[in-house]
Design a protein around this ligand. Sequence first.
Ligand code: SF4
Length: 245
Amino acid sequence: MTCALHPGIRVSEIFGPTIQGEGVLIGLPTVFVRTGGCDYRCSWCDSLHAVDRRFRHDWEMMSPDAVWQKVIALSGGQPVMVSLSGGNPAIQPLGQLIDRGHGEGYRFALETQGSVSKQWFADLDVLVLSPKPPSSEMTTDWAAFDACLEAAQDKPQMALKLVVFDDDDYAYAKDAAARYPQLPVYLQPGNHTPPRPGDEDAFIDMAGVMRRMEWLVEKVTRDRWFEARVLPQLHVLLWGNKRGV
Ligand code: SF4
């Protein structure tokens, strides 16, 4: 049941445990709660099934308790990292879910583009801020991004994750890193053949992804950007565009 006191969470999918495929928690066993809806529409979004309203019939409004029961069932009641992703999970009311899980020893990571801040960011264990570079065709509102950092109050472990497709994205990543020198930086080559909703086994240009990875490693080392970490999307290397893994 959802009500005014306990608003519902719009859920696209809940799955796992699997490993976190990218960023600061790469390789860590994780249950994913992917929320539905996003205030962005990136040109290369790889989660359109959780963004495009044409797929909202697959989304479900769930109470925090119902989400929690699903997490418990998937993890067998054994505390595990819960990754809150989307869409943009920051537009959902997730504070109560986080409190509930913490009470049972679970940890929570959230990844967002940094366009919407919530007070409960301070309750997270890990907050990954992933502003979108020029190739996304989105425009970053840095004041909104700063508000996310303020809401977090330095309480969660935080990181900056940047997807890089080309030189303009690389320049944007350097600018973002310079703005927030306190945040560790993770760079990730983009997947230019993202899954189409309903056709997740479709072609993925793995050779192209690997070429971009090599290009990025060369660029970072030639540039002597020694603070940046360059990581692939591990789930893409293992499973291509497949969903729910
Ligand atoms: S912010 Fe993320 S989920 Fe939203 S459209 Fe961009 S890539 Fe997709």
